[in-house]
Design a protein around this ligand. Structure first.
Ligand SMILES: Cc1ncc(COP(=O)(O)O)c(C=O)c1O
Length: 389
């Protein structure tokens, strides 16, 4: 029923992708029928599938409102506009997707980057809190790699005290939990991406989640050019940020598979942890039991002083295994932000040193345990060839 590859189709020459969407054949057949019906209906946006996807997503998360939009970046921009960040500051991690920083700039605010915690890869809590000033409009926390920010409750309480917003960027964390509570339901607003590499995908797409009716109403208006009660009644400055019905259908089918895919990913990660536990030159993060990690990625740290880039190249070229390093280089070292905001090397030392040592092996829902074993063997052998032992 699934499209997971079997041992028969795997071979040492066959490339293993770092990330890949998974659409089982049964879902593809049903999606095709649903898309035909959408095309015949003539209702291509804001129809029954968008509404159903929103309702299914909000009940999965346990929040009052979910608003489907064209991308996560759009969801973030809508939230920033709602909180009137213009000419104020927004705090967010430097180890982040550059588009989030761009969204802050696009809304007329100043991004204030923070360093990271090298154990969790999430933003360093002390650094986040130390950067709050009277100009701060709010904080964006990213649940990096699928781990809910461990201090989110504490940070939310500080935000409440100070009257600033807290936004969860849950683009890596569909279904991730802390103490049984889901990412995207833990702050003022959650923003999700359904980009093709994510835990669930609609090709491109996003979702804004909240318990705040005013924000949900605002998002519904702004995603559709700011309309009010009718198309002739424009009450907000908006954009064309609707999710299409076709994208919404994909999302509904992906959401139905999310739980089983998360369980599968967690099994694969246990296999990685077990297979690599004797390897002295790398460390794999471990988390307390009150977290349910979504494992969008598995960031592994190599011991200091090892040639990570040669190792990564070898894994790809000699073993045909794609691999990554999120987010290396961090945002403050991207040329555009160095030029625009005057960032330079040494400003976020923990991120700079950890991200350079980081390596993310393949993890996605279509991988098999046999493929994980192939990756483990390649990591061990390449490490030996690079002289890491
Ligand atoms: C942490 C994070 N935030 C935001 C985004 C942007 O998502 P989208 O491409 O849906 O706008 C991404 C996408 O890769 C991401 O990883």
């Amino acid at each position: 029923m699934t499209n997971r590859m079997t041992t028969d189709t795997d071979s040492p020459e066959k490339k293993i992708a770092a990330a890949s969407p998974l659409f089982p054949q049964q879902d593809i057949d049903e999606i095709q029928r649903a898309i035909s019906n959408i095309l015949l209906s003539g209702r291509l946006i804001l129809g029954e599938h968008t509404l159903a996807f929103e309702q299914e997503f909000q009940s999965y998360l346990g929040v009052e409102y979910a608003v489907a939009v064209s991308t996560c970046t759009a969801a973030i921009q809508i939230a920033l506009r709602f909180y009137q960040v213009k000419q104020r500051e927004v705090i967010l991690p430097t180890n982040n997707f550059i588009g989030v920083v761009s969204a802050v700039l696009a809304e007329g605010a100043t991004p204030i980057l923070t360093d990271m915690n090298t154990e969790t890869f999430c933003a360093d809590t002390d650094d986040v809190l130390a950067r709050i000033t009277p100009k701060t409009a709010g904080i964006i926390l990213v649940h990096i790699a699928g781990l809910v920010h461990p201090d989110i409750d504490h940070i939310r309480r500080v935000c409440e005290d100070k009257g600033i917003f807290l936004l969860e960027d849950a683009s890596h964390a569909h279904g991730a939990e802390i103490d049984g509570r889901k990412a995207g339901s833990l702050a003022d607003v959650g923003c999700f991406s359904f980009y093709p590499t994510k835990l669930m995908t609609t090709g491109s797409g996003g979702m804004l989640t909240t318990r705040n009716k005013q924000l949900a109403d605002y998002a519904r208006s702004v995603r559709h050019h700011g309309v009010g009660n009718s198309l002739d009644d424009v009450v907000n400055l908006g954009n064309d940020w609707c999710m299409s019905e076709i994208h919404a259908v994909l999302g509904r089918f992906q959401l139905k598979r999310l739980e089983q895919n998360l369980e599968h990913r967690n099994r694969l990660i246990s296999r990685y942890k077990n297979g690599l536990k004797e390897v002295s030159w790398l460390s794999i993060p471990r988390y307390p039991k009150n977290f349910r990690h979504a494992y969008y990625k598995l960031p592994i740290l190599l011991r200091e002083g090892l040639d990570r880039d040669r190792f990564r190249r070898m894994i790809f070229e000699d073993y045909h295994i794609e691999n990554g390093a999120i987010y290396d280089p961090p945002c403050h070292l991207q040329p555009v932000l160095r030029d625009l905001l005057g960032y330079s090397e040494g400003m976020y030392p923990k991120a700079e040193s950890a991200l350079k040592r980081q390596f993310c092996p393949p993890i996605h829902s279509a991988l098999t345990e046999q493929q994980i074993d192939r990756v483990i063997a390649a990591i061990i052998e390449a490490g030996r060839r690079c002289g890491f032992d």
